[in-house]
Design a binder for this molecule. Structure first.
Ligand code: 1HN
Length: 345
């Protein structure tokens, strides 16, 4: 690969003439935009231990009333992108949100897609498109693009959840905006009940809901049971993993980011091949390590970490006698739809 000409190689008056016409020579920047062999990600492997984050989040509860925050969130920002960019990766935003007993986070809707992964506390709920979704540890709740959502809390202890949004991508597309609304009227009907079992769905499937997102709440009890049952059925299976999908179409639950849950058997080490999308790992239960190239994070329950794309990741259960359960968010649907998805052995 030959050296390309630098900007400084060009006469100053020529460079100025180009700038005046809003023109830029490509060749000084060509290697930066097309690095050899593999991208040079800004996304850095980063670990956000819950033990360090939790007291700071609870302090935000004392410092800032919900009315002054609308959403009381500490953003899990990747230093590789610069903290002010509020990005975990190129397409993923992560935040830990606190709701205190009696608080209400008003209804709004926006273009970015969001999901909540419930981390701790009982008694909170999210109403999405009129459907009240109760929030329990490990539940995944979708708030897809354009749907009204608000959060309330009838319990007695703080509730914390992890928000995952495709905000960085939608913002980059200059397509990010929100609309404020009225408190929603809750209506009967719950996707998590109607679609409670894989393999059998209500009839007639497509006329039934006429909804792009027929299932909004994915209870952890069900996802966990699916993992346990898969592990028991296939003792030789390495990746005991289930994907969160739209139960009517089998497609990914959302269009841009992908969500899955993974069980590490007691003592298991699982090597994941390098794949083009960046990924986020959140430990729901147990103890595990996540190795990203030469960095190894020891995850306790409720810890979150991320890995850039094109990087091999090795997961290991730190316990020899108990399974570990991880929630994984990644950019797979986006890469697949754009035709840039790759796996490297
Ligand atoms: C949002 O609407 C929520 O509704 C949480 O709880 C985090 C981060 C950026 C933009 C919108 C929520 C958000 C957000």
């Amino acid at each position: 690969m030959n050296e390309l000409g630098r900007l400084e190689d060009l006469p100053a008056d020529y460079r100025e003439a180009l700038s005046r016409q809003n023109l830029v020579p490509l060749w000084p920047s060509l290697r930066a935009v097309l690095p050899p062999g593999k991208p040079q990600p800004r996304t850095r492997a980063t670990h956000w231990p819950y033990e360090a984050l939790r007291p700071l989040l609870l302090q935000a509860g004392e410092l800032t009333p919900i009315e002054k925050a609308e959403r009381r969130v500490l953003v899990l920002a990747n230093p590789g992108h610069g903290l002010e960019k509020m990005q975990a990766s190129a397409a993923m935003y992560l935040g830990m949100q606190l709701l205190l007993p009696g608080e209400w986070a008003p209804s709004h809707r926006h273009t970015p897609n969001a999901v909540r992964m419930v981390v701790e506390g009982e008694g909170a709920w999210t109403t999405v498109d009129g459907e009240k979704c109760t929030m329990q540890r490990g539940d995944l709740i979708l708030t897809p693009t354009g749907l009204w959502h608000e959060h309330g809390h009838d319990g007695t202890e703080p509730v914390v959840w992890l928000d995952v949004l495709d905000l960085p991508l939608v913002y980059y597309m200059e397509a990010s905006y929100h609309v404020d609304g009225q408190r929603q009227t809750q209506h009967p009907g719950r996707g998590d009940r109607a679609y409670a079992r894989g393999g059998v769905v209500p009839m007639p499937v497509f006329e039934r809901s006429r909804k792009a997102y027929p299932m909004l709440r994915y209870p952890w009890a069900d996802a966990r049971a699916a993992l346990e049952s898969l592990a028991a059925d296939q003792p030789a299976l390495d990746a005991v993993q289930v994907r969160y999908v739209n139960p009517e179409t089998g497609a990914d639950a959302q269009n841009i980011l992908g969500y899955s849950a993974l069980m590490l058997r007691p003592g298991q080490t699982l090597a994941l091949p390098a794949r083009s999308p960046a990924a986020v790992f959140h430990l729901i239960e147990g103890a595990a390590s996540v190795q990203v190239e030469d960095q190894r994070f020891r995850l306790a329950a409720a810890d979150t970490c991320c890995a850039p794309g094109y990087t091999a990741v090795t997961l290991a259960n730190a316990s020899a006698d108990r399974p570990a359960f991880l929630f994984i968010a990644d950019e797979t649907p986006l890469h697949q739809k754009l035709g840039v998805f790759e796996t490297r052995a």
